[in-house]
Every structure is written in C-alpha cells, then in structure tokens.
Design a protein around this ligand. Sequence first.
Ligand SMILES: [Zn+2]
Length: 165
Amino acid sequence: MALLTIRTYPDEILKKQCEEVLHVGDDERRLIDDMFETMVQNQGVGLAAPQVGVLKNIIVAAPEGPDKELYAFINPVITKKKGEFVDIEGCLSVPCSSAEVTRARKVWVEALDKKGKRITITVSDLFARIIQHEGDHLKGILFIDYLGFQARKEIIDCARKVKKL
Ligand SMILES: [Zn+2]
C-alpha cells in the first residue's frame, strides 16, 4: 500500500467529472487500498478518487472512524433519498474548513464492491452524509459550493493561504 497525495482546493482536478469504472481489476483494488491508507492516515471518514488525482468513480468511507470497518464503492449511484439533516462538514481537500451543510438523512445506494459485485446498501446519518459528500466529489462538486457567498469566501481565502505556506 502507498500513501497518496491529497489534492487541495483550488486544484482544478477537484472540479472535474469522474469516469465510470467499466472493469474492476487489480489497478482499481490497489487504488482502493491506497485510498484506505491515505484516508486513515489523515483521520478522514471518507475519500473520493479525484482527491488523490484519479478521475474514476470510486469512493471509500469509514463511517465508524478510521480504525473500524472500511467501505469501498465503485460507480456509486444514489437511487433514493429520504429526510434531511444539518451537520458540520469538512473535507480533506479544503484545508481549515468546516461548515453546516444540509444532506438527506437516509440514502439508498447501488454500486460495485472491490470484487466487481453489484451491491445495494441503505445507510443513514453520518454514513449517508459521507456517501453524499464523496459522491459529489465524483461530479466535481465540493461542499463549499452549497454555502452562501460570505461563508464560501472565508473558507476559500483560508484554503488559499494554507496552500501558499
Ligand atoms: Zn471532501
């Protein structure tokens, strides 16, 4: 396994649309293992492939914390959403940031697992939030895109400052 470099805002790759994975092979499995390691090392609870510079529809999640069970979803699609809740959200690609974001409380997800097997999973609360946040990364959307002008500006200014140091 290898630790990957996390791309941070305003890296252009974070605004790009990812491509569907047509075949789940050794390259994808290696990437997932490296993403797990990178997420855990950075104390993250989720990570999407574009955050490590790869434009593929792959996300990983650690809903109970980095030392508990880790999940990988390839080509994840949210097929249904229910309810909503507000909570503080942050992102490894947007340093020094956190803000309140409204997300669906419960989501139904279809994806492929590490073996290329089709899976369906229904998750709620933090796990649902992670999947929505990471799923957004695959479409080039960052959580700061949901914020008002002033909140967004403060986070962007801070992220730029951190990047220059
Ligand atoms: Zn993120």
